[in-house]
Every structure is written in structure tokens, then in C-alpha cells.
Write a protein that binds this ligand. Sequence first.
Ligand SMILES: *Cc1c(COP(=O)(O)O)cnc(C)c1O
Length: 227
Amino acid sequence: MKDRIAEIQNRIAAAAEQAGRSPDDIRLVAVSKTKPVASVQKALTGGLNLFGENYIQEAREKVDALSGSGAQWHFIGHLQSNKAKYAVKLFDLIHSVDSPKLARELNKQAAKIDKVQPVLVQVNISAEATKSGTSSEETVDLVTAISDLPNLSLQGLMTMPPFFDDPDRARPYFQELRQLRDHIRSLTIPGVAMHELSMGMTGDFEAAIAEGATLVRIGTAIFGERS
Ligand SMILES: *Cc1c(COP(=O)(O)O)cnc(C)c1O
């Protein structure tokens, strides 16, 4: 595990350098979904402290087991409104807000626990029917709706391009997300920060860093294949 972590950190640093960016501007989200607490513990020992989870129930068990460890948790999966109350309790950042309805429910549940919940809007750049996320066209409307919700703090955008064997083919989707982010920034909507771009996984994170990723979500390269 230690060797794998070092290798990924070196690749992130090299990709940043090649893009003329500081490696400090890129955070590694270690995607621990389906992996046991013991694996997360090893990753913590290996120097990682930020973990991504896709399922609420599974995440609750890990967050509980590792409370006091200093681990931070991000939610990166599809979130149903009826799980919003758990999500605001567990996660430092929710990457996957994709509808006004979910945003309103997260706002309501965050208010109940006196929290301002940091969130990203997930954009379905490729418009694949099987992927969640708001359409590129609807993104500005969703961002504007979120900016009116006092207990949500919008930090940026997230996307998941189609899978390609050749990561260069994913790059135009990453570029589009960055351009959409820059466009939204230019609108200077009050309360909207837009500094984060969550994009890039095991197979394509270097291409995502070349296009401006600030959060890369890497599972397989750290924890091994999922069964
Ligand atoms: C599982 C998952 C990842 C990690 O994928 P790897 O290919 O294992 O790095 C990243 N992002 C999301 C949204 C995921 O569901």
C-alpha cells in the first residue's frame, strides 16, 4: 500500500508540474468504496487522510470505526434525497448534487444540525443516459438555485466522463467541465466559489490534472481491484 500511495503521489506531482501547476493545488481523494476498514486504516498509516465513499450505509460504518483518526470523508456516489440527513452528518464535501430537489433537502437537513454543507454540482458532460448529473445546459440554473440556499456552500463542479482505454479521449470532457466552471465564475453569482474541479480516476487522472482538476478520485490504483 505504501508503495502504491507513493507512486500515485509522484504521478500527481509530475502531471501537475507538466501542466505548470503546483501539486499542492491537487487533493487526492482515496476512493475506499467496497474496501474494509482495515484497508482505510492502512491508507491512513501510509499518509492519506481524505477518503471517498459511494454508499451511505457503508460509509457510516467506516466513519464510526475510524472516528478520531483524522480521516476526512467525501461523498462521491449518487445521493437520494431520503439519505440527505445522513449525508450532511457524515461528509465534509458532497460531490454529487444533481437536482434542485436534492439541493433543497440537503439544505434543510444541514440547517437542522446547524451546518453549512460544502457541495459540488455533478455535471453529466457526456449526456450518457446511464450517468447521473445535471446536463451542461441546466448547470447554471442549478448553481443559481443552490446560491439561494443558506446552508449549502457551493465549491465547484464534478464530472465522470465515459470510460476510454485511452485517457486522451477523456480529456475533451475534462476541458468542457473547466470551461463551464470558468463561465459560471464569470457570472459572479453571490455565494458561489467555484474553485474546485473534481475529475479524474485511476485510468485518466493525469489528463484531468492537465485540464485543471483540483480533486482526483482514485480507488483501484490505491486499494487494488474491486470485486
Ligand atoms: C469508484 C469511483 C471512482 C474511483 O474509480 P477508480 O477507477 O477505481 O479509480 C471515482 N469516482 C467515482 C464517482 C466512483 O464511483
